[in-house]
Ligand binder design. Structure first.
Ligand SMILES: C[S@@+](CC[C@H](N)C(=O)[O-])C[C@H]1O[C@@H](n2cnc3c(N)ncnc32)[C@H](O)[C@@H]1O
Length: 390
């Protein structure tokens, strides 16, 4: 198979393999893949603010702003991509949403992506690798039917298919489990004979076991090396205290009044330790004794909670600092959120904090994608290129 890259037309044999990045948002999948040896040749997103951020950070990448359903293969660069990547919308799959699944309008955009893969195939330009990145809710939405549908469509198109659950917390101080469904055709990535922790979680193993026989026949337990130990925690990514806008005492009191007795006890223990302790906290609506209650959920394990898009203001994360006998609190900044996604400060964020937080809350963590690119996708392509050269 001839895998062409953006520059290979000019005879540059060392040019990196090309990626078509769909649902690209701020382009973090492409940044991670770029660090893993790939180059984004084309990207698409429907959202105007995301489009502006993508263009600001990747001025040389061909970008299409619009609905994936309105694209055809003829609109894509005239080359055979090595990877077609889809970080398609998760709202209808996530446990927090109404869970209409892949038949619903937003998450159903995955099928618009797949239509393009089929068109590329028909034009003799099928990508050897396809990746769907999404929330782990994909494993269980519609009773597992959505996960089965994705695996099945890849298998029917001739791909070996496998999935990995990767939590950003292995690389970054943010809890962010995500599912990566990876299909390979004409190339072979490293495989294990059986599931391997932590990437093949119990819920993923159960979802695989529930696939129909013909889909399971195409299954691969993709193998990645265990990530090395993370060596930094939330505090290392925060702005210095004296540059932050802290809430006034009345607002801190109101916030702390929302903690459950258990979380309040954790904070009290942190205060009593006499050491400076940093916590991340989210406001959440919980049902207690049949009634809705606003709770402030606090974590003191050195991790931020999963960044989310700010919806109605309730999901913005707070930073709490227990120090010298008092607790201070402030909102997490967009720049801190970007660092929690693995971006360095050269990444241009939107001026508005809420736009920056929305961009980051929707994004994929860079070092996770890099690990996938470096240890699974690149070795698969390298094997194919060696075979072609032999
Ligand atoms: C989960 S986010 C992916 C973000 C991206 N991986 C990043 O790192 O920023 C999903 C993206 O899909 C885009 N999107 C939703 N529906 C779309 C459609 N029909 N066509 C193209 N893009 C769409 C959204 O604007 C959003 O940026």
């Amino acid at each position: 198979m001839a895998i062409r890259s953006p520059q290979s037309e000019d005879g540059d044999r060392a040019a990196p393999p090309a990626v078509f990045e769909f649902f690209a948002g701020g382009g973090l999948a492409g940044i991670g893949l770029g660090q893993g040896g790939f180059a984004t040749a084309f990207a698409n997103d429907i959202d105007a603010a995301k489009a502006a951020s993508f263009r600001a950070n990747h001025p040389r990448v061909a970008f299409h702003h619009g609905d994936v359903w309105n694209l055809s293969a003829a609109d894509l660069p005239d080359l055979a991509p090595a990877v077609c990547w889809a970080s398609s919308p998760c709202q209808d799959l996530s446990l927090a949403g109404a869970r209409g699944g892949l038949k619903a309008r937003r998450s159903g955009a995955f099928w618009g992506f797949w239509k393009l893969v089929e068109e590329l195939d028909a034009a003799g330009r099928a990508p050897p690798i396809v990746v769907l990145e999404n929330v782990t809710g994909l494993l269980s939405s519609q009773g597992g039917a959505d996960f089965a549908a994705v695996c099945d469509i890849m298998a029917r198109a001739g791909y070996r298919v496998g999935a990995l659950e990767m939590d950003a917390s292995a690389w970054l101080p943010q809890s962010r489990p995500r599912l990566f469904v990876v299909g390979m055709k004409g190339v072979a990535g490293p495989e294990a004979a059986a599931p391997v922790a932590p990437f093949h979680s119990p819920r993923l193993i159960a979802a695989q076991a529930a696939l129909p026989d013909h889909t399971r026949a195409a299954w691969a337990w993709w193998r990645l090396p265990a990530p090395s130990r993370r060596n930094h925690d939330l505090e290392t990514l925060l702005e210095p205290d004296d540059r932050c806008d802290w809430l006034d005492e009345a607002d801190v009191r109101a916030l702390l009044a929302m903690t459950s007795p258990l979380h309040r006890a954790r904070l009290d223990a942190a205060l009593a330790s006499g050491e400076r302790r940093v916590a991340a906290a989210f406001r959440r609506v919980r049902i207690e004794d049949g009634a809705k209650v606003q709770r402030l959920e606090v974590r003191l394990d050195g991790l931020a909670g999963c960044l989310r898009t700010p919806a109605g203001g309730s999901s913005r994360q707070y930073v709490l600092v227990a120090d010298q006998g008092r607790i201070r609190a402030r909102r997490m900044t967009g720049r801190e959120a970007a660092r929690l996604m693995g971006l360095d400060d050269a990444y241009a964020l939107p001026k508005s904090e809420s736009a920056a937080l929305k961009l980051m809350g929707d994004a994929v963590a860079v070092p996770v994608v890099r690990a996938l690119g470096e240890h699974l996708l690149a070795p698969a392509l390298a094997g194919a290129l060696q075979e072609a050269a032999a």
